[in-house]
Design a protein. Structure first.
Length: 192
């Protein structure tokens, strides 16, 4: 029997209760969920990748679920490199690349888009305020992109919303002290 794998890369700046919910729900669907932090080439990150990966690793360790694996060594800013590293390390070929509905329209412009679509299927997680537009669905079909739309319901929170309002209730409990003690998202420490 083939094992189905979810590959969940995220910029996690910081990881929120939304990330936690996604990981928990993926573990109910997939044999394994492999997660890592990457630098998204189209985003400006507030905190260095080494700190963000420590936060995600802490969250995953706190979940204490053997089906959720943190592996920063698969990280790359380029999806194809992360996919190939994952296949090499774990020797899995049946991989669903997890992506939010806010980003799915961007895949057509990704480096090596044509190769990525040959390597994986996409699992699209719907995010409030980012419906899957009919234009995007047509393009997915036109380019013969293998995809599924997830039924996972996630809280209406994002890392960028957290950075705007610093509402600590939107962070997993295991991360609150780390973020506060290190003033990681304290806007007063920004220097112009």
């Amino acid at each position: 029997m083939k094992k189905n794998i979810a590959l969940f890369g995220t910029s996690a700046d910081p990881p929120t209760i939304g990330h936690k919910k996604i990981l928990e729900e993926l573990s109910k669907i997939y044999h394994y969920t492999i997660s890592y932090v990457s630098n998204n080439p189209s985003k400006k990150h507030k905190v260095d990748i080494s700190i963000r990966s420590h936060l995600l690793k802490t969250l995953i360790e706190d979940l204490n679920n053997p089906k959720i694996l943190f592996n920063q060594s698969v990280s790359s800013q380029w999806a194809l490199e992360s996919i190939k590293k994952c296949k090499r390390i774990f020797e899995f070929n049946n991989i669903d690349f997890v992506i939010g509905s806010d980003l799915i329209k961007d895949i057509f412009y990704w480096k090596n888009f044509d190769k990525i679509t040959n390597e994986v299927s996409f699992l699209v997680i719907l995010r409030e305020g980012y419906p899957l537009e009919s234009n995007t669905l047509r393009m997915l079909e036109t380019y013969k992109v293998k995809f599924k739309i997830s039924a996972i319901k996630i809280p209406n929170i994002s890392s960028s919303k957290f950075r705007l309002n610093a509402d600590y209730s939107n962070l997993p409990t295991s991360l609150i002290d780390i973020v506060k003690k290190n003033n990681l998202y304290d806007s007063t420490k920004l220097v112009e």
